[in-house]
Design a protein around this ligand. Sequence first.
Ligand SMILES: N[C@@H](CCC(=O)N[C@@H](CS)C(=O)NCC(=O)O)C(=O)O
Length: 297
Amino acid sequence: MSSLTLYIGSKNLSSWSLRPWLLLRHHGVRFKEVLIDLYRPDTRARILEHSPSGRVPALLHGTTRVWDSLAICEYAAETFALPAAWPMDPAARAYARSIAAEMHSGFADLRRELSFDATREPAPVAASAAAQADIERIGTIWREARDRFGGQGDWLCGHFGIADAMFAPVALRFAGYAVKLGKVERAYVEHVLAHPAVQQWIEAAAMEAPPPAPPAGPLVAKAADAPAAALKTAERQPTAAKPANANPAKEDEIGDDELPPVPSRSAAKGSIGDGRKGQESGPGAPARVRSVILPPD
Ligand SMILES: N[C@@H](CCC(=O)N[C@@H](CS)C(=O)NCC(=O)O)C(=O)O
C-alpha cells in the first residue's frame, strides 16, 4: 500500500482533525500521523507545506493529496472500502450524507461559543440563542437518526460511519460544556466518549503543550496590534490543572439526573496516543497533568 500520512492540528484544539483521524482509527487503517501545533508563529507555513488550503486535516496517500475533513473521510471510505462508511440503504445513506454535510457547513455559533477543547473540565457556559438553536438542532438530528436508522446499532445510522466521525467532536463539546441533554443524545455522547480511539485522542490532547502564553505587558494592552493567535489566547483564561484520569462529569451537569454519568473523557489508561510529530499513530506514554489555555477552533 502507498504510504498514508494524516496531517492534523493540536488534538486539544482541532475538531476538524479528529473526524478523519477517528474514521481511520476506527477501521484500523494504518497511517502516519503528523501533528502540527496550532496557534504558533510557524503554524501556517507548516500547514501550507502539506495542505494547499492552509488548513488541517490533510491526507497524503502516495502522491494523492486530500484536504478537508469530509473529503478525506470520503476518500478513505472509497480507497480502503471502509464498511458502513455510509449506510447501504439509499434513504439512510441520503440522510447520513445530509447530516454530515450539515455538520460540515453549519453550527457556526455552537463552534464559536463552545470552542473545541478535548480536555475541558465540564462546566457550562451561557450559550446565545443562536448557539442554543444549534444545540437543539443537533439533538433533533441525533434523535431522528437513531429513531429512523439506528436499528440495533449504537451509532447514528446503526454502524459507525462518516456521520458519526463528523459529529464526534460535538459529543466532546457537549460533555465539556455540560450541555443539558435528553436521554437519546446523552446515550450517544456516552457512546462516542467510550470509543477507545476517542479516549486515546483525549489522552494525547492532555499531554500537549498549551499554546504560547499571550505576550506580556504593552502587547496585550495594545490588543489591536497583537497577532490573532495571541489575541485568541489572551481573551481566555487558563483552566485549572486537570488531574489525568479524573472523571470530570457530574450527574447534574449534563442533564438527566436519573442517568449514569458520562464516562470520563480521559479514562483510558496505559493505551494512549502520544501526539508526537511524525509518529505512527498508536499507543504512547502515560498521561500527565497539565493546564490548558483555550483558543477557539
Ligand atoms: N472545512 C475544513 C476546516 C479545517 C479547519 O478550519 N482547520 C483548522 C484547525 S481545526 C485549521 O487548520 N486552522 C489553521 C490555523 O489555525 O492556522 C475541514 O473540514 O477540514
